[in-house]
Write a protein that binds this ligand. Structure first.
Ligand SMILES: [Zn+2]
Length: 223
């Protein structure tokens, strides 16, 4: 078991808003949908594992019960709690977003899945080379966002706005002078620019892709 590490703020916020401070066990077992005083618990018992998927909002009693190893009776199992938590998130997301919104998000994730997949997979290589088609797709996303894509939920619109902003920022990393068109790719001009220039580009790209990733993750839990 790892040492307790502070849960990053943005992840705490996601747990709090996804659960709306409803305890997964109060709702799942007792059908008590009230807001509860509580704590963020680690499903696998590892206090250093602060992945969003490993966390759950539990009221104090349920947190105690879940964590207690001495109980003579059958304790709550992590899988069981996770199942209640997932149900709770799903119900909450339907409260927060209209079905039309969720459908649009799901269609968007399908349409741009390959682009997101490419960006996340190639993250560290992107400063050196990027496919034209990825740049085209990002432009298409920004354009469709600017012109037609509107969500009734401000929360979702904000996420798309931030992704569009990141795509514009990523686009501007590829100054024409620093890159050459080679076949289907843009490739860093290493004849004219140094390794440290490339490192600088790498840091910029990584920061942007990380930001895209955190927005993308928010969309994924909605659908
Ligand atoms: Zn509870």
């Amino acid at each position: 078991m790892g040492q307790r590490k502070e849960i990053p703020n943005d992840i705490q916020v996601r747990v709090l808003t996804s659960s709306r401070r409803r305890c997964a066990l109060c709702v799942g077992v007792n059908r008590n949908e009230d807001e509860r005083l509580g704590q963020i618990a680690h499903l696998n018992g590892d206090n250093s594992d602060n992945r969003f998927d490993n966390l759950v909002w539990l009221c104090l009693e349920h947190h105690n019960q879940f964590d207690s190893r001495t109980s003579q009776t059958k304790n709550y199992m992590a899988k069981e709690v996770k199942e209640y938590r997932d149900d709770l998130y799903k119900n909450n997301s339907h409260l927060k977003y209209t079905m039309d919104d969720i459908k649009s998000v799901s269609e968007c994730l399908k349409a741009y899945g390959p682009l997101f997949g490419y960006l996340f997979r190639e993250n560290s290589e992107l400063a050196f080379t990027i496919k034209f088609i990825a740049i085209d797709e990002m432009e298409r996303f920004v354009y469709s966002y600017d012109t037609s894509l509107r969500y009734s939920s401000k929360g979702i619109s904000d996420i798309f706005e931030r992704i569009a902003h990141c795509f514009r920022a990523l686009h501007s990393v590829y100054h024409l002078d620093m890159y050459n068109a080679v076949g289907e790719n843009l490739i860093f001009n290493s004849a004219k620019y140094s390794v440290s220039d490339l490192d600088c580009q790498k840091r910029a790209v990584q920061q942007i892709v990380d930001a895209i990733r955190s927005e993308y993750d928010k969309l994924v839990v909605m659908v």
